[in-house]
Ligand binder design. Structure first.
Ligand SMILES: *Cc1c(COP(=O)(O)O)cnc(C)c1O
Length: 388
């Protein structure tokens, strides 16, 4: 049979796998433990921290979608990142990460480095010179986050993986913003893909989860060993829910992006909107690379609000179809002020270094009707203008 396409993998994984009642949708196995049929005969699953049928189905779906050889589903995206560094970094090793990575990733890496677990260097990965200088220090691991959060900066995965492999480093791509529907990092040379499945993959803002996927089986075995050792693995219920969300991923990603394009067209002509950040824009420095390595531009965007800070707050308060909340990638649209919300853990200096200003707003475009979203934005902008 020919290699199945992503839509089919997402919909069909685990379907009709129940041998007891022929349930079409795989049942939820909440049991913490599984009996040994005879003494010494270790079953496929023995204890849920190390393995469970629901987590197993989700892992299979995710590594097949990313064209990997194995995966470990974790209890959140942060624990997926923590599992990856725990499994592959020794004391004294260096990890290179983007200076504008997800705020929680920044906090995790910098806090563990401060404890002496390893060394970390945060750099602007779109700056060729900074990358070369960092690689001279022979890092063990490199994390790429493209498009990045919240400025949706794009990094050339293929070229960075080539340079990294030349110095013996392993590369992981945080693919949370695009998912395998729009970007396949392992096919571009990466060794690992990491997701916060909390976002688009589950897509309904009701499960916290994560995954590390590896290109090599041996790496997957190391990850599974450490996942069990440190207790980072996801629960059966969360895995069940996430696989349910994953079923519709490709359909959702299409509508997210179509609607984002309508919103972008509107924002371009809005007088209170300054610079807009989205890889689909020709003015975006990563536009050409995005066209080369992505199957779409995605639906996450941010922009500089060009009114004053008081007006920015008024604008956000007048929105009703964009909930003021952290997270992203759900069916509901969200507005976020990264400097005081998702990225506040970075501190002022790191925020400035990453170019995340107090005027920056990030939108996660949901699946509401595009006209309704535009009407909501228009209303909030007009309300602000009326008060000045
Ligand atoms: C949310 C997020 C994370 C962290 O995931 P959690 O599930 O919240 O722990 C990591 N990377 C990116 C890009 C994210 O958006």
């Amino acid at each position: 049979m020919s290699q199945r396409k992503v839509e089919t993998i997402a919909v069909r994984t685990g379907i009709e796998s129940d041998t007891q009642f022929n349930a079409v949708v795989p049942p939820l196995y909440l049991s913490t433990n599984y009996s040994f049929s005879t003494f010494g005969d270790v079953p496929q699953y023995d204890y849920t921290r190390s393995g469970n049928p629901n987590r197993g189905s989700l892992e299979k779906a995710l590594y097949e979608l990313e064209s990997g050889e194995g995966a470990v589903v974790t209890n959140c995206g942060t624990s997926a990142l923590n599992l990856w560094i725990t499994a592959f970094l020794e004391q004294g090793d260096l990890i290179i990460a983007p200076h504008d990575c997800y705020g929680g990733t920044y906090r995790l890496f910098s806090s563990r480095a401060q404890k002496g677990d390893f060394r970390v260097l945060f750099i602007d990965q779109s700056d060729q010179k900074a990358v070369e200088q960092a690689l001279e220090q022979k890092p063990k691991l490199i994390l790429i986050e493209t498009p990045s959060n919240p400025l949706v900066k794009v990094v050339d995965i293929e070229s960075l993986c080539l340079s990294a492999h030349n110095v013996g480093a392993l590369v992981a791509v945080d693919n949370t913003f695009l998912t395998p529907i729009l970007q396949k990092p392992l096919e571009l040379g990466a060794d690992f893909v990491i997701h916060s499945t909390t976002k688009f993959i589950n897509g309904h803002s009701d499960v916290i989860g994560g995954v590390v996927i590896s290109k090599l089986k041996t790496h997957a075995e190391t990850l599974a060993w450490w996942g069990n050792c440190i207790g980072a693995t996801g629960t059966p219920f969360d895995s069940y829910m996430t696989l349910r969300g994953l079923r519709t991923l490709s359909a959702r990603m299409k509508v997210h992006e179509e609607t984002a394009n309508v919103v972008l067209d509107y924002l371009k002509d809005e007088s209170l909107v300054g610079c807009i950040y989205h890889p689909s824009l020709e003015s975006h420095p990563g536009h050409e690379i995005a066209k080369k390595q992505q199957k779409g531009f995605g639906s996450m965007l941010s922009f500089e609000f060009s009114g004053n800070f008081l007006q920015l707050k008024q604008f956000v308060n007048h929105l009703s179809l964009f909930s003021l909340a952290e997270s992203l990638g759900g069916v509901e649209s969200l507005v976020c002020h990264p400097a005081s919300m998702t990225h506040r853990a970075m501190g002022e200096e790191a925020l400035a270094d990453a170019g995340i200003s107090q005027q920056l707003l990030r939108l996660s475009i949901g699946l509401e009707n595009a006209d309704d979203l535009i009407a909501d934005l228009k209303h909030a902008f007009s309300a602000v203008k009326g008060t000045v």
